[in-house]
Write a protein that binds this ligand. Sequence first.
Ligand code: OFO
Length: 183
Amino acid sequence: MDTKRISSTLEQALSTQMNVELFQSHTYLSYGIWADDKGYGGIANFLMRHSQEEREHALKFMKYVLNRGGKPTVTGQSATPKDPQNMTDCFNLVFKHEVENTEKIYKLVDMAFEEKDWATWNFLQWFVKEQIEEETLAMDLIDKLKIAGGDQASDESLFTLDKTLGETPDEGELARNATSENP
Ligand code: OFO
């Protein structure tokens, strides 16, 4: 009896996305190492926690494909991107990686829609929502650094920013959760 409940096309696409999430995880880990080496322990902590979160995203894809009777494949990873040139570059890159990943998630949603695979479509909605948070978080990083003075930030304001980011929650605020009392 064939119990597979996902098409081979979506099985392959979700498996690829699992590897994309693992790549994101490696990328944030490498940026975390870069930040730590530069002496920004708080920012490194933030990036490394984020790396862990990306790994959890990969595991969600893995588990879903398995639960639908498919089998994902872990592929070799490409080399992580070069180290950022400075903190502004680092945060801009974080934003760019998140936007690129959002586009990949949207393509998967399109595919599930095309196939009328509502189970997969529904599964992917978690990631659609998650990407809103991740992009918001990345925008916040850029804003915080701008306020601190960007590339011209003083050592003192960078010290404060580093401390703040070390304690920043991993989840961004979702615009959809805003209310008039809690904008
Ligand atoms: Fe997996 O959420 Fe960021 O990329």
